[in-house]
Structure formats: C-alpha cells, structure tokens
Ligand binder design. Structure first.
Ligand code: ADP
Length: 452
C-alpha cells in the first residue's frame, strides 16, 4: 500500500466507501420496492375479490350473477366456483396450476415453472349453498418491474463508481499539483545546488502554501548559513595570508643575510610577532567554531563580576597608560553572576581592549557594573573615535572591522572580538547593545537578566 501514490490511495478509499454506500442504498431500495409491490398486489387482489360479490346475488334460492361482472381487471383474473369447487364462471390464466386448493380468506402463492401467481379466495354461503370467488394475480408484472430496477442498478452502479473514481482522481491530482511542484523544486535545488531558488506558495493560505512557506524559511536559513560558512572560510584564509607572507619574506631575508646577526635577529622577532598573531587568530577561530558547534561547554559557577572587572582593569592599565588613557571603574560591590569565569573575563577583556584601542589619547575607558532588581548591567564606554551609523549594524559580525587599517597590524585583531563578546553574552542568557557617535565615543551595554 505504501508503494502507491497518495492520490491513488485517496481515490481507492473513497471509491470503496462510495461502493459500500451505494450497495446499502440500492439494497434498501430493492427490498422496499419488492415489499411494496407484494403488499399492493395483495391489497388489490383482496379488493377485487370482495368487489365481485357486489355483482352476485341469491334471489329465491337462485344464484344471480350480474352480466356486467368484470372478470379481468388490472391484471387480476376472477374465477367463480360452486361450494364443491365446480367451475361456474371464468377461467384461470393459462399455465395456472388448477389444483391449487380453495382456502377462504387466505393469500396463497402458486407457481408453475418460472411463473408465479398471487391467489386469494373467498367463500360466501347462502342458506345451504354458496359461492367461491378466486382472484389470481400474475406476479410477472411486479417481477419485471424489479428486474428493470436490477438491470438499471447493475449498469448504473459500476458507471457511477467509474465516473466518480475518475473525477475524484482528477480532483485529487489537481489538489496535489502544488506538492509535485514542491518536489520538483526541491529536486532542482538538490541537483543544481542553487540555494537561492524559492518555492511559490501560490498566494494561498492553505496547508500547501504553509508548507511552501516553511520550506522557504528553511532555505533562507540554509542559504544564510552556507553564505556565512563561505565568508568565514574566505575571511579566515585572508587573515592568515598576511602573517604567512611576512614570515616567509622575513625567513628569506634572514637566509639571504647569514652573516648579519642584527638583521637575522630583526627577522626572527618579526617572525615571532607574526607567529603569535597567527596563534591568537587560530585560537579565536577554534573557539568560535566550537561555539558554533555547541561543543564549547560553559563551566558555570558563581562568578564575582565586581572582582573580575577590577582584575581586568588592573591588567589592562599598563596598556591604557601607554596612550595616556585612564581606566575608570564604578562597580557595585559583590555583584555575583552564575557563569563561566574564563568566558566572562574574555568578554570584559575584549570590550575594555576595544575601548582603549579605539579610544582617544589621554581619554578614558569607563567600566560600570550595576546590580538592579532584575538584572546585572555592565557598561564599557570611551570617548574615542566612535562608530559611524553604517558600521554600527555590523560590528558584531565576524571579521568585520570598521577601519581595518587602524589596529590589525598591531596586535592581531581580526574583527573577531565583538562576535565572541556577543556569543558569550548570549550563552549566558544576556543581551548586548551599542550606542556610539562618530568622533564622540561609544558605550557597550551588556545586560544579564537575573529573574528577580
Ligand atoms: P577588532 O579585533 O577589529 O577590534 P572587534 O570585533 O572587537 O574586532 O570589533 C569590530 C570593529 O568594531 C572594530 O574593528 C572597530 O572598528 C569597531 N569597534 C569595536 N569597539 C569599538 C569602540 N569602543 N570604539 C569604536 N569602534 C569600535
């Protein structure tokens, strides 16, 4: 059953249901008709026999039969007999079994070969004599009516079934056409590897349209994921190309000057710097990939965020001072969050590093931590270069740098810091927002709902 199409299955099912319904209805009609015919023929027969006595009379011991007595009426034959069964008037239809006994007020049926009769007899006595009136009605007329109905049913039944099956199949096929189109489109997408193709929902709101819409939504997600993957691979190779070419050229340079220890030292230092840059980049890439694959496990524990921010500020103080930047801390004491200490440290570190890197010389980087009734809020702000509106929507994207020339050459920044921040914040159930004005400064606000 599973091998045949749904269209055929639906058609077979309702044709079978229709066949059962038709059979039951026809059976009822046939039975009702049969009963009705027999009933009405009995009633007519009885009326005809009783009516005959209106034309029969006894006057002065003499039997008088009205000459206008109608012995053949509406297919009923009347025959009159004396009390001992001697034929007085009329004759039974040809073929009728004459030996059928006379039984008063009883319906009998008589048969000869394939012919059938309904018989009704009545006796009326007059003094010591009397008269029998027998009514005979041939059932062939009713039988032929039933036969006609049978023949019509036998022809109409398969015809109706055939027509409704064919019509139903066409309608079902039509109804399933969008499904066929979806299948074709899915095959084209699989075969041609073209994820940009979409299915038409025909503008409807039915089940098929909803299926097409869900299918398209899935394709949108798939396409975006593939695009991201492609972009990620191309960006990652691009980022690795620069340090690799620096390493190769420095190595060539050192090999070309084997007698100049100062140059060799310089080349080795450059190679080490680029090596560190690559190592940092690869570590970040690995972490992001693990985050994507959800294999980066959060090791949750109560983390003292106030102390954590303090430590990060101290650690980055020297880097900030180098540019005359002051790190200002306004931290509510003892703010504790259930989270991963290492990742939360990375998050704060990335934000403050950015505030310093994109801050202005002799400016500030402000770190604020607040515990409100229902959330922990952390903000990192600076009075640096700010971000123009066209970049603002992208800075959390991987490898996105508003101004690539500015920092990447110095410390291996590859535009991955904020995407890591966003991932860490989301993994802790929080949100991160940025407000920035070009030339004025930026504020990154991280909120962790605490449900209280
Ligand atoms: P990067 O490694 O380049 O710093 P990030 O993902 O940390 O990468 O940041 C992405 C981009 O967002 C940066 O290249 C920079 O242009 C911009 N950005 C991030 N933080 C700040 C900030 N505090 N002020 C101005 N621009 C910023």
């Amino acid at each position: 059953m599973k091998q045949i199409s749904i269209k055929l299955r639906v058609t077979l099912f309702y044709t079978a249901v229709l066949a059962v319904i038709l059979s039951v209805v026809l059976g009822f009609v046939f039975l009702a008709l049969d009963l009705r015919l027999v009933y009405s023929s009995k009633a007519n027969l009885e009326d005809a026999v009783k009516g005959a006595f209106d034309d029969i009379d006894f006057k002065g011991g003499q039997l008088e039969i009205d000459s206008r007595i109608d012995l053949y009426h509406d297919g009923i034959t009347l025959v009159l007999y004396g009390p001992a069964g001697t034929l007085l008037l009329g004759s039974t239809p040809s073929g009728f079994p004459v030996e059928t006994p006379l039984i008063a007020d009883t319906h009998q049926s008589a048969q000869s070969g394939s012919r059938q009769w309904q018989v009704y007899d009545m006796y009326v006595g007059y003094g010591d004599t009397g008269i029998w009136v027998r009514g005979v009605y041939s059932l062939s007329a009713s039988a032929s009516a039933l036969n006609f109905v049978t023949i019509v049913a036998a022809v109409a039944f398969p015809l109706v079934l055939l027509l409704s099956a064919a019509g139903g199949y066409l309608i079902t096929k039509r109804a399933f056409r969008p499904v066929d189109r979806i299948t074709e489109a899915a095959n084209r997408i699989t075969g041609g590897n073209d994820l940009s193709e979409r299915l038409s929902d025909g503008g409807g709101r039915d089940e098929i349209a909803r299926l097409a819409q869900s299918f398209n939504a899935m394709l949108n997600r798939l396409e975006a994921a593939f695009e991201r993957e492609k972009q990620f691979t191309s960006d990652a190779s691009h980022e690795l190309r620069t340090p690799i070419s620096v390493i190769l050229s420095q190595a060539d340079f050192a090999l070309a000057n084997p007698d100049d220890p100062a140059e060799i030292l310089h080349a080795l230092q450059a190679i080490r710097t680029q090596g560190r840059k690559m190592s940092a980049l690869v570590a970040q890439l690995l972490e992001l990939t693990r985050a994507d694959n959800r294999t980066l496990q959060l090791e949750k524990e109560p983390v003292d965020l106030s102390a954590l921010c303090e430590t990060v500020a101290e650690e980055l103080d020297e880097q900030a001072r180098a540019r005359g930047i002051r790190i200002q801390c306004a931290l509510d004491p003892g703010v504790v969050l259930e989270g991963d200490q290492t990742l939360l440290t990375r998050m704060v570190m990335n934000l403050v590093t950015n505030a310093i890197a994109y801050g202005k010389d002799h400016g500030y980087a402000a770190l604020r931590l607040r515990q409100t009734a229902d959330a922990v809020q952390l903000s990192v702000s600076d009075d640096g270069i700010g971000i123009t509106p066209e970049h603002l929507g992208h800075i959390f994207d991987r490898f996105y740098r508003a101004d690539p020339s500015r920092r990447s050459s110095q410390n291996g920044s590859a535009g991955l810091g904020l995407s890591m921040v966003r991932w860490i914040v989301q993994a802790h159930g929080g949100t991160v927002h940025v407000e920035s004005e070009h030339g004025v400064g930026s504020v990154f606000l991280v909120t962790f709902p605490t449900g209280g």
